[in-house]
Design a protein around this ligand. Sequence first.
Ligand code: HEC
Length: 167
Amino acid sequence: MRKIGLRVLAALASLGLLAGCSDSADDGAVPVAGEMRYDTTLTMRELMLHVLEFAADGLWSNAGWVEDANGYRELYPETEEGWEQVVASAAMVAEAGNLLNLPGRRMDNNAWVIYSEGLTQAGQRAMAAAIDRDKEALFQAGADVYSVCSACHQAYDPEINSRFVSN
Ligand code: HEC
């Protein structure tokens, strides 16, 4: 892994892509707002379907209980690897809040920002719960994530909830 990482770095350096990244601590590692660049090629719909929905499913399908043909059973992971996948899904949900807030995606400076930040916070709570292997807290945080998704859809595109819930 490490070797591959270094090779990628070397390739980027040879392309000159690391030119701005010198090693002095205060040379602007955090760019000022005017210099920030984003690629928001993915449409809102693509972001929702392929990033948010995918990440949130990784959370929801591993938290709670279901009753099906095999009876009543827990959805929580049974292996360490399974738990780590939930941690990763929760981390992606948390970061997805930032993706929604990027210039070019942000629909306004009011409710949209509050919902996006709410998603990040609920995702972070889910991540902490998964790290602690705390089933109750994970269930609660998963429900909070769901509430934020639904609230934003209700505010910006109410038709989605009817489609979304019936799935
Ligand atoms: C900040 C607001 C906001 C949040 C938070 C949000 N969404 Fe969305 N979502 C939208 C908007 C706006 C659309 C409509 C996009 C379009 O079709 O142009 C949408 C559409 C969708 C769609 C429908 C795509 C389609 O057309 O079939 C799905 C699925 C979806 N969101 C999933 C989620 C999930 C899962 C979450 C939470 C983890 C979430 N969204 C959180 C704003 C939000």
